[in-house]
Design a protein around this ligand. Structure first.
Ligand code: ADP
Ligand code: MG
Length: 695
């Protein structure tokens, strides 16, 4: 037997009084294995349980606590749907209590027990009534009136077999034994400067607050700690990358700058110019650039990427441009070829769809530095691909590539510079969090001369109006998209819906229009054929299933109809909408939805009101959380228990500054003041440790 009094933070949770192997297994599913992890399993909200009051003084509609004796218990319904009804009395009156679907209570509640219960007061037939109240039963020894005061009851992430209440009890037990072992992780001067309570105090108060201020103060400290660790991890990675690897500097001289600009068919916008200046400054360094270029759809990222590529090529280095799909790779290739017509730049396209012989030819030429620029898809990541003088890697739509793939391409040459493009505007908080090891350039504003894009919401029964609008535009020589965006890449349903709907449209609402279908499971040759027809205006309407496949530039397309719009993220819809309004004529986006859910409708109305991708992304973040805004769940996405990316921006900034100061002064976290931080980092961000453990 283990000595029950000797708990420490490393003790398996099984040995806390009242746990045992079965509950320990349940705790493990919540990520809690040790006592240390247990005391850091924090509540996600609190329920106010007021001080008890006599039953005779209950007021309808208020949340109240009463303490009394159970004088009657009845069971109704079948065993699967057992309703338990009890009568509770004190000296001043009686109350009725009902628990629905409460088979588990049938054996526990007995006449003669004392009970304390908290819930909203309702009217029953004769008495005040509580439905499904929170409660505790008392069998004799314990006094239900002990600690009778207003209290905040923590609500924990829980499981079916391990309810929040049990977790609360186990944490209470553990804290009485180990609270004093919780170490301070911050240097004292830093803690005082940020006016944060000691970590131990914060942990204790957050589990057992007595006032609402306790929660606020404790939460600030715990959120700060989460941010600080995350920022330390990010900045240690960045510090390592900056000091351990070198890159060949690429200096863009005024003459080269002039020549590149002369190749572009337009003058850069102020936003593009700012991005170009930032990129040129990075490229001139002997440590690899690590920069994210974000801009709204249509803001002109390609021109900036081309600028960086040509600058690099002028310095006799090679460039690889990686696109997420064949269509996008081909489109980049076509556009860049046009910009470079008549120049000496040697470029090639490399996609999986190319014949093997052709691919091998590209490999061979690249490996002899007979190619300056290779534009391609995943095929660029194949083993055979070698760049002897890789100077710059450009990745379009970064969030579609895993971190691992990025690493693979990077390893091909000797530490190339690295530029990532994204059309999903990322709110500042998220950019700092997820791409903290990248510098960020933002192109704001669109190139001049863009037509308006009007967005309308069509409700139940109104979709017919969308179809007549499409017909009318098509008759005027314009083109339209009808989109069924995928919720998940693997989802088959929209494909079926889209092909059936297309047949239906061809027969009925859009009969007479020339319709084409584009979906992710088509062969690339088929896709190309359809795309080419649409581009050449041999099709009037393109029915498409995926976001990626419509990442295309057809200026004559002025209408987009999106069905079931409520199913998609705002950022996703905004991105889709970026496919129209690319020519000179006013464009129209028709969001169709049958929902009457007010929240969904409010969300969609945001799109009708603004074209500002950053505002839309903020709204998406507020409504759907970070995972959705980024489109897919990222590898290594930091998960916060306490911190809130929306409301704790000031704390995040403070933590970022403090992490920078710590890393600059003590990049191995070897000072005694940083010992606890180092241990916490080891526990949470194990991947970073090799960076600071090397002697
Ligand atoms: P993004 O990739 O950011 O969505 P693109 O680079 O495809 O945007 O540019 C969108 C369109 O705007 C293209 O047709 C491009 O030729 C045009 N464009 C880009 N920059 C400018 C500019 N400075 N002035 C005028 N047109 C521009
Ligand atoms: Mg683009």
């Amino acid at each position: 037997m283990r000595d029950m009094d000797a708990l420490d933070l490393a003790t398996p949770v099984q040995y806390v009084r009242g746990v045992g192997p079965a509950r320990a297994a349940e705790f493990a599913t919540l990520g809690v294995r040790t006592v240390g992890e247990l005391v850091e399993h924090f509540p996600f909200r609190y329920e106010l349980a007021p001080k008890s009051q006599p039953i005779g003084t209950l007021t309808l509609g208020e949340t109240a606590t009463v303490v009394g004796d159970i004088t009657d218990v009845r069971l109704r319904g079948s065993p699967g749907h057992r309703t338990v009804t009890a009568r509770v009395e004190d000296a001043t009156g009686r109350a009725r209590v009902v628990w629905f679907n409460a088979a588990y209570l049938a054996d526990r509640i007995r006449v003669g027990q004392s009970i304390r219960l908290t819930g909203k007061v309702d009217v029953g037939r004769q008495y005040a009534q509580f439905k499904n109240p929170r409660f505790a039963l008392f069998d004799g020894n314990d006094d239900p009136l002990e600690n009778d005061a207003d209290r905040f009851e923590p609500v924990y992430p829980a499981t079916g077999k391990l309810p929040s209440r049990q977790i609360a009890r186990v944490i209470r037990v553990a804290l009485t034994e180990v609270a004093e072992q919780i170490q301070e992780s911050l240097p004292e001067s830093l803690r005082v400067r940020r006016t944060l309570p000691p970590r131990r105090t914060a942990v204790e108060r957050y589990h057992q607050p007595t006032r609402s201020e306790d929660v606020d103060v404790a939460r600030r400290r715990l959120a700060y700690d989460e941010f600080l660790l995350m920022q330390l991890a990010v900045q240690l990675r960045r510090h390592q990358a900056a000091t351990a690897t070198t890159a060949t500097p690429v200096v863009i001289t005024p003459r080269v700058d002039e020549r590149i600009r002369a190749r572009l068919p337009f003058a850069l916008t102020p936003g593009q110019n700012r991005a170009v200046v930032e990129i040129a400054a990075d490229l001139a360094q002997s440590r690899p650039m690590n920069r994210l270029l974000q801009a709204d759809v249509g803001a002109g990222k390609t021109a900036v990427a081309v600028y960086a590529a040509l600058g690099t090529i002028a310095a006799r280095r090679q460039v690889a441009l990686l696109a997420p799909t064949e269509i996008l790779a081909e489109q980049h290739y076509a556009k860049v070829s046009r910009y470079l017509a008549g120049s000496r730049v040697r470029l090639a396209l490399l996609t999986g769809g190319l014949a093997k012989r052709h691919r091998e030819e590209v490999y061979a030429q690249a490996s002899r530095h007979e190619l300056d620029l290779v534009i391609g898809t995943h095929a660029l990541l194949e083993q055979g691909m070698q760049f002897p003088a890789l100077g710059l890697v450009i990745i379009d739509e970064q969030h579609r590539f895993g971190v691992e793939q990025r690493g693979r391409l990077r390893a091909k040459g000797e530490s190339p510079h690295y530029l990532v493009l994204t059309a999903t505007p990322i709110p500042r908080t998220l950019a700092m969090t997820f791409f903290g090891d990248l510098n960020v350039s933002t192109i704001d504003g669109l190139p001049p001369g863009r037509p308006s894009v009007e967005t309308r919401l069509l409700g139940p029964g109104e979709i017919g109006r969308a179809w007549s609008f499409v017909r009318q535009r098509v008759q005027g020589g314009e083109q339209a998209f009808v989109v069924y965006p995928l919720v998940e890449e693997s989802e088959k349903l929209p494909l079926k819906a889209a092909s059936e709907q297309m047949e239906h449209l061809a027969r009925e609402a859009l009969s007479g229009c020339r319709l084409g279908l584009l979906h992710g499971q088509m062969r690339s040759a088929q896709k190309d054929a359809v795309m080419e027809q649409f581009r050449a205006a041999a099709l009037d309407v393109l029915v498409a299933t995926t976001v990626v496949e419509v990442g295309i530039d057809v200026p004559n397309a002025t209408v987009m109809v999106i069905e079931h719009a409520e199913r998609y993220g705002l950022s996703q819809l905004h991105q889709l909408r970026g496919r129209i309004g690319r020519g000179t004529r006013p464009s129209y986006c028709l969001l169709c939805s049958d929902t009457d859910n007010e929240e969904s409708l409010a969300r969609l109305r945001v799109l009708c009101q603004t074209r500002d991708g950053f505002r839309i992304a903020e709204e998406d973040l507020r409504l759907r959380g970070p995972g959705e805004v980024l489109g897919t769940r990222q590898h290594g996405m930091p998960v916060f228990q306490v911190a809130d990316l929306l409301n704790d921006l000031d704390l995040l900034q403070a933590a970022r500054d403090d992490a920078a100061a710590i890393v600059a002064r003590d990049p191995r976290l070897s000072e005694p003041d940083h010992r606890v931080l180092r241990e916490m980092l080891r526990a949470r961000y194990a991947d970073v440790m090799p960076l600071i453990d090397v002697a």
